[in-house]
Write a protein that binds this ligand. Structure first.
Ligand code: BDR
Ligand code: CA
Length: 324
């Protein structure tokens, strides 16, 4: 199985991603690190432990990390994810406890241990990239233990936090810029699973109800209730699996249509701060006359997704492996 670490701000759809990453047989989930984003980091840690407890993964280390962005003040998204950050389901508080290390130290230890064993880990940030930026700048040697970074964030087209910017990048634009820059500097391949594909894989209310019916406080019941929460919140009959799509992209990369494109993170704009400016000009392969000086980083950008395939992976895994 592919060694993988998730960096999350759980988060309703981060929970959907965790449920998949913790149970899919093609993945070896080595750790989960938490960052403030959708909710304050202490709530993110509790929510993450709740998810892992529901699927019996007490063996996976969970660590809390950055409580706030590098520069900005935190602006959580509890209006989207509920007061507790995970759908206000009234789920019991988990008995599991977090690891004593800071998220950055846990990430470092996992990556260096992988490198020492001749392995490489795939890092999947589904949250603001504060922990990732701190990791790559503080401990660049971790690159020897990283296969690639597949992050949920950004958009080639429209944003969601603002008309320009996607939430994870908007929440900590400097961290996103540092992570992409450090990734390029350290020769780590980066894939952007952004808003151009994020909303496409959807689960219907009927499918969610089948998962809820499994009951028993299992991962399946939790997954179904999270999708129902999102359907209710947005008044829809179906809801995206969101961040879980980035985990599907690790399991089944061929489900994505991608292009390697130059990207810059907008750090200065009044109404465009946090936008990922994806250069789709015909001549973006030759930027020798680019007036901006500092070259952009090149990232594999997801521009299309086989959404039925990804929903199939998610549903099948939750049904067969998260039902207790
Ligand atoms: C992203 O922001 C959060 O609301 C979701 O968990 C996802 O990671 C979407 O913009
Ligand atoms: Ca998230």
């Amino acid at each position: 199985p592919t060694p993988i670490v998730l960096d999350v701000d759980t988060g309703v759809d981060d929970a959907c991603a965790l449920l998949l990453a913790a149970t899919h047989p093609a993945l070896d989930l080595r750790a989960v690190t938490c960052v403030g984003g959708n909710a304050p980091v202490k709530d993110v840690v509790r929510n993450t432990l709740t998810v892992l407890e529901a699927v019996g993964r007490a063996d996976v280390a969970v660590a809390g990390g950055a409580a706030r962005p590098l520069l900005e003040h935190p602006q959580d998204a509890r209006h989207v994810h509920g007061d507790d950050g995970m759908g206000d389901l009234g789920w019991p508080t988990p008995a599991l406890l977090p690891d004593g290390r800071h998220a950055v130290e846990l990430l470092r230890d996992v990556c260096l241990a992988a490198a020492a064993a001749g392995e490489r880990v795939t890092i999947v940030p589904t949250a603001p990239m504060t922990n990732i930026a701190l990791l790559l700048r503080t401990y660049p040697a971790v690159a020897d233990g990283i296969a690639d970074i597949v992050f949920m964030g950004g958009a080639a087209q429209v944003g969601n936090a603002t008309a320009s910017a996607e939430f994870n990048v908007f929440h900590d634009p400097e961290a996103a810029a540092i992570a992409l820059d450090a990734g390029a500097d350290l020769s780590i391949p980066v894939t952007m699973y952004g808003l151009d594909v994020f909303y496409d894989p959807v689960v219907t209310r009927e499918q969610a109800a089948e998962l809820v019916a499994v009951g028993g406080r299992t991962g399946a019941e939790l997954a179904g209730r999270l999708i129902e929460f999102q359907c209710d919140r947005f008044g829809r009959d179906a809801s995206t699996i969101g961040d879980a799509g980035a985990v599907c992209a690790v399991i089944d990369p061929d489900g994505l249509t991608t292009e390697v494109l130059p990207i810059r993170v907008e750090l200065a704009g009044q109404f465009s701060r946090g936008r990922t400016i994806v250069d789709r000009r015909d001549w973006s392969g030759d930027l020798s006359h680019d007036p901006h000086g500092e070259p952009p980083v090149r990232v594999r950008v997801a521009l299309g997704v086989d959404h039925e395939r990804y929903v199939g992976i998610w549903l099948e895994t939750i049904r067969t492996r998260a039902g207790g």
